[in-house]
Design a protein. Sequence first.
Length: 56
Amino acid sequence: MTLSDGSILKMNAKSAVSVRMRSLRRQVELNEGEVFFAVAVDPDRPFEVRTPNGRI
């Protein structure tokens, strides 16, 4: 999956995410499963991943 900012998400089977692209921040919530992230560089908008165990 390619996001609007050019970041790429490669999701494993039975994985689910929610994506919020905002003006000051890019947020992905990992609801279940596994995801590999290739994050597009944007120093003005941090890329944040949220999981049930915390934030990255």
